[in-house]
Design a protein around this ligand. Sequence first.
Ligand code: UDP
Ligand code: LCN
Length: 819
Amino acid sequence: MASSPSLKRSDTISGTMPEALRQSRFHMKKCFARFVEQGKRLMKRQHLMGELEKSIEDKNERSKVLDGLLGYILSSTQEAAVVPPYVAFAVRPNPGYWEFVKVNAEELSVDEINVTDYLKFKEIIFDENWAKDENALEIDFGAIDFTTPHLTLSSSIGNGMNYISKFMSSRLISSSDKAKPMVDYLLDLNHRGENLMINESLSTVEKLQAALIVAEASISELPKDTPYQEFQQRFLEWGFEKGWGNTAQRVRETMRTFSEVLQAPDPVKLESLFSGLPNMFNIVIFSPHGYFGQADVLGLPDTGGQVVYILDQVRALEEELLLRITQQGLNVKPQIIVITRLIPEAQGTKCNLEVEPIIDTKHSHILRIPFRTEKGILPKWVSRFDVYPYLEKFAQDAAAKVLEHMECKPDLIIGNYSDGNLVASLMAAKLGVTQGTIAHALEKTKYEDSDAKWKELDPKYHFSCQFTADLIAMNATDFIITSTYQEIAGSKERPGQYESHVAFTMPGLCRVVSGINVFDPKFNIAAPGADQAVYFPYTEKQSRLTKFHPEIEELLYNKEDNSAHIGYLADRTKPIIFSMARLDTVKNITGLTEWYGKNKRLRNLVNLVLVAGFFDPSKSNDREEIAEIKKMHSLIDKYNLTGQIRWIAAQTDRYRNGELYRCIADSKGAFVQPALYEAFGLTVIEAMNCGLPTFATNKGGPAEIIVDGVSGFHIDPTNGNESSNKIADFFEKCNIDAGYWNKMSEAGLQRIYECYTWKIYAKKLLNMGSIYGFWRQMNKEQKLAKQRYTEMFYNLQFRKLAKNVPVTKDELLQPAAPK
Ligand code: UDP
Ligand code: LCN
């Protein structure tokens, strides 16, 4: 992309564009004439650049314009709405920053316009009556965000908790009653009605400060490891309850930090204090759709990384909760419940069981609640696009079940994906509990113009419902967890998934002039890890799961085609390039097959092994998957890949998969993730955890996970030749320099240990629950105002849209009568 040649940070596009147009007036007249030639339409950056290039025949002239200000403006433009004689540009000079200008193509005059006018102008292309309707519904969440401080630097996006601690300390310092909100917060802390930290006798800042001085002095005389129980009675007399720590040393440290915060709050101390407070014991996690189970579910429709993520997340959270509870000196059992849909006809999975303990945890469960209508229970799986009519009832049933199961309100509710986030919002609002949301992947950016063309797509995808649900959840929630920066604010070239909800329009339905602000400090990047008991380095010989080796040998090298694999590897001395994914178009497994087929050099160097979907299209009921299966077969024929490719059907045993990655590492091979777009990409970190050098798409999360050329490699899924040559270069280099493969393998592992572990994640998430929990109390009025607005949006808009989504035609089941 062109850099900004003479555009200063303080300059606006509307300020600089007129002069830039004037300087190249002759070419620009031609260029704008081309823009408007085809009448009303929406143009994307590549189309604009294409027209610009075609308008200037002389090569030198062309590169002068492209390297200049106009080249910069056009290459920073995400889209342009053309309604002759005007062209309105949506320019994004930096992540999160947008400017809108309207240019008259004949006169080349430029007007700055605001986002509302840009959206109205764009709507003319799709629905002129709506665009002109003065009373068209406008959604403006920004208008009620009057007290929340926002960040201003693109580089600070996603680091919300850090800034909240700063805002909190300055608020505490400047408030007239100083740290009183903290004292009130402590007074509220309890476990099942039993006071924690302090009781009513320390209800003012002064009383607490004085008591802390006395207590700290007395405790400093005790040996560091004296158990809390030994001095508990004395502390109780001063007004202190359990929760300060399990030993004299820990109690003293917590008290010292508290005293310091009461004296003069500072963000680092506040964060450290909140990470130790006993405010989190019970967590509810929602993941309604799909087949959510612990075995035999991966590969079933809509069931992929989200399930893996949540199960690992629960294990890590429980471990961290148990550690914190011990350190707080408490004897409390934490409870984590994952709430999902109960599917009576569960296709051989356990998704028809109501309660299931989560493997490798002590106190965590999956709790399944069926989708119901007033006529009965839904027996079958329902696509994630079609679940909206059932969510309100599901949320009500879930709230009742959770209270029954936990025997108290949860301390934190976390949603996953659009459906889970909506249900989490309903329940959190009802119970008054802190809420976090995780999108995994927002659907909006996956389909071009899915907002403007919603009418066309709605019968199949019900995006009107989904995007409304997304807006409600992202505004209702106290904090948002993302796996990468890209998910929020994209990259220099591409807007983030959340950023695409900042302003958009669904003509005929609503115009969202302020949907979310990516500079809101509620955004936090907390990247997941991979279970290191399953995905560990191939070099850890003692731990290798050798019992799987005969099966893996069969899976990789047996020459007979069967229901588990087709194709064979004639030369087993070659390293293997490996990929594993659902057989969705966006995963681009067929793309990788084609790159391999076309690249002789790569074919000579390595074999290709793919784990993906099925081979028989009649076994799938997913249109996209069927098309991909057929394409795979035709590519294998077209490039005559027999003897060089092994296609293995979807695998469900993660332990065996872990060993499979390691066996590929034994072959000195590599993992390739070629997706057209990947929100995060768990397989990338699984492979890296196993020590397998990894090539992954530069579109989306993997671009952040891997530092190109250092801890792995980026590949461009839209440039197959370049990507396959990059992989071939790597293997050629490995042939010359035997240490190169090891170097890349180790660098990948180092990257993982520094940034992508569940331990780091769990600490961060629990700290978020704690800090944002206090922040919401400090901002009660603002929170309530927003809640009333989202409730209205839900009641007036979402419910109406959900009613339009057809409900199942399957015969419904009647619940068994209570015994
Ligand atoms: N996976 C699997 N068997 C398969 C394909 C995928 O076990 O046949 C697992 C894979 O190991 C990873 C998850 O499913 O843990 C996929 O997550 P990712 O983030 O890569 O993609 P998603 O499917 O969520 O889009
Ligand atoms: C959904 C996706 O599409 C993947 O990119 C993520 O890795 C997965 O969820 C887990 O967050």
